[in-house]
Structure formats: structure tokens, C-alpha cells
Write a protein that binds this ligand. Sequence first.
Ligand code: SF4
Length: 307
Amino acid sequence: MSALELRDVEVEYDRRGGGKVRAVAGASLSVERGQIVGLVGESGCGKSSLARAAVGLVAPTAGTVRFEGREVTPLTRRARPRELVRLQMVFQNPYSSLNPRRKVGSQLADGGPRTRVGELLELVGLPASAAARYPHQFSGGQRQRIAIARVLAADPTVIVLDEPLASLDASAQAQIANLLVSLARGLDLSLLLISHDLAIVRHVADVVSVMYLGRMVETGATRPLWQLPLHPYTEALIAAVPHADGSGFLPEALPGEVPDPANPPPGCRFNPRCPYAFDRCVAEEPPLLPLPGDRRSACWLRDTKPG
Ligand code: SF4
């Protein structure tokens, strides 16, 4: 049983001016116990909508979400059940989960059953004296540590983190990334880390899922996926990551914009931007094909059967 499992999830929103937008168009992923899964893709690909569906903040229009085997979707239509307290979420902006008018210590104390405030602060690398201060008295990185401590107060087994590093400077990003790895390993936590930043995900995640225009296009263990991407979109994303020495940045690797999810292109959704597109790519949408090495790729180039 996976710690968190999403199967064929679809999320639709009403569009201003009428009609619907399918932000997530049938996406699946699973997070095993103690595993860190990175979910990557450009802005507007549906990552945040999938994250919100994963913790029951939005109800999927189709598909299922299971937390430790228990279906999340129908339960969240009523009050949030006690079992789901151990499925927590960290947001990009720590202010969204912290009350600026209350001291940190009192906010951690009512976060859940774990009321040992000093221990929570120590877990996230802050001194016990932080309890007596207000959120605005901390840097962005420290505030994100406090938001993580607040989530840890609920004694979670799974944490979904939606772009937790995006508003931080490079040094705070590296520190929080290291903190997440040590928390996951030390507390046997399962993490779903949503990020547009592949370099961070490469550093932190055991497994990577790549999302494009509402669908998964590739999944696999981080190192082999990074060394040999099997989907042209993953290849382009990786090529666009600057090397640490500043070399290797290929801004032309990913031309064009993510198309409007309300009006996806026919066939493979990546075909208007794909340098390898051929006739079949416009006619048929590729499924996520299972490949050797526990990899999956939604690309006709990887189809061993004749099309
Ligand atoms: Fe490119 Fe075709 Fe593969 Fe889509 S299916 S990624 S268009 S080669």
C-alpha cells in the first residue's frame, strides 16, 4: 500500500466568461513510505491543482486519491476526518499558514497533538527562543522552517509541499532542501515535492514525475531519469537547467509557451513544441508506456509496437 496514491485524477475549474478548464487531465502518481517524490513541470502545467487534490483541498472531477489506502475524495466532502490530520501540506508562502499576530510558540502548540514546541523548533533547526517571537521577526527561510514545524506538530506521515522554496534566495533554498531530506530520512516521512526547479528536485527526490499540460509525461528514479531522459519534454527541461559553473544553459531548448489547457493540441500535447514530432504525434495521444528499469514515458518514440 502506497503512502499516497493518485489514480487518473482530473481537476476542472470554471472559466471566467463560461466553460471549463481541465487543469489536470488524468494524472497518476504514488508516493511510497519514506520516499521523496518530485513533481516538476512549467507554470500552468497543473502541478498545484494536483497538489491541492492530493490533500483534499479540491475535489477531483474524476479519479481517486488514497492516503494510506483510505480514499480522500469522498471523506473531504464532510468535515476533515481525524485520519487525514497526518496528511499535511506546506505552501509557497509561509505567511498563508502563519498568523502574523500570534507568537510562534503558541501557533506551534495548537498545531496538533505534538505540543513540545522546543522539540519542533529544534527539528527544523531553530533555537527554542524563536517561540517567543512573531513571524515577521524572521527571514523568509526561517519563516518556511516555522511553517514546516507547524505541519510537523500534527505528526504527519505524508507532507505535500507546493513550491516551498520558490520565494527564497539560493542559500535559503539549499538549506531548506537539506532540511527536507533530513526530516524525511529521520522521521520516515513521505514527501511529495512540487517544484518548477529541476535542480532542486534532482538534489532532493528519490523519484521524479514530469507533468505537462495536465498529464504525466515521464516518471522514474531520479538519477537514471536525469542521466537519460526518455521524453523530449524532460530532455528539454533538463537541458534548460544552468550548470553550477554557469555553462550548459540552452535557452532555446524549450521554445514556445505551455498551450491553453482549455484548448490542448490534438494528439500528443507536446507536439507543437517537440523537435521530434512526426505524423502519429498529431493523430493520437500517447499513453504513459511502461519501460524497462521501472520507467514510464508518454511518447510514441518509445512505443515498441508498430503504430
Ligand atoms: Fe514528441 Fe511525438 Fe513524443 Fe510527443 S509523442 S513527445 S510529439 S515525439
